[in-house]
Design a protein around this ligand. Structure first.
Ligand SMILES: [Zn+2]
Length: 198
């Protein structure tokens, strides 16, 4: 049976979401049709609002509704400890582990010569500026444990050397090759605890 065009479009869009295959997309689309119309409207509005209202914190790159995010504004966070991650999603993963009480700096990715991403495309200059102004006592690198993550860590360590700041990298252990997002809370908390000086 062929679905009418709007349903087909909806299924195709839903199937583009992570973790949702064609079968699930079909189920969700049909559910939306059968459920109260409010659900569809509220879902559409929530997606639109999120895209319209969420921006990146100008200091750390976290998701935020204001210029500075909640973490940067939180007086209880240890501002002398900056954790460097690739993306804002990594902040959410580390926060869930509850193992880190410092602040963050999202690079926007990692150095990847094969994908044409060099240091100048990442928020590295902003990080160096931050280290100069905020004078943190430690920088924790929480980058993925792969070739690009290693290259990025090496580059950063060299950049940080003249700044005289202590640099550590989280122990990846079981998570080699995986991203922070894919790691569970306990593993991340342990990785943070076991971080090593570079
Ligand atoms: Zn922030």
């Amino acid at each position: 049976m062929q679905y009418p065009a709007p349903i087909k479009t909806l299924i195709a869009k839903l199937a583009k979401l992570p973790g949702i295959g064609n079968r699930s997309a079909e189920r969700i689309a049909l559910h939306l049709l059968q459920a109260d119309a409010r659900l569809s409207n509220e879902l559409a509005e929530a997606i639109r609002n999120t895209r319209a209202q969420i921006r990146y914190c100008t200091r750390c790159g976290n998701y935020s509704v204001a210029e500075l995010c909640d973490l940067c504004n939180d007086p209880a966070r240890d501002k002398s400890l900056i954790c460097v991650i690739e993306r804002a999603n990594d902040i959410l993963a580390l926060e869930k582990s509850e193992g880190f009480k410092g602040v963050y700096h999202a690079l926007g990715g990692k150095i990847s010569p094969l994908n044409g991403i060099g240091p100048e495309q990442l928020r590295i200059a902003a990080l160096i500026q931050r280290i100069k102004t905020e004078q943190p006592r430690e920088i924790v690198l929480a980058l993925s444990a792969d070739v690009d993550g290693d290259a990025t860590a090496l580059y950063l360590v060299n950049e940080f050397k003249p700044l005289g700041v202590r640099v550590t990298r989280i122990a990846h252990g079981l998570t080699v090759g995986s991203t922070l997002e894919q790691s569970d809370e306990v593993t991340l908390a342990r990785a943070l605890e076991g971080r090593k000086e570079l």
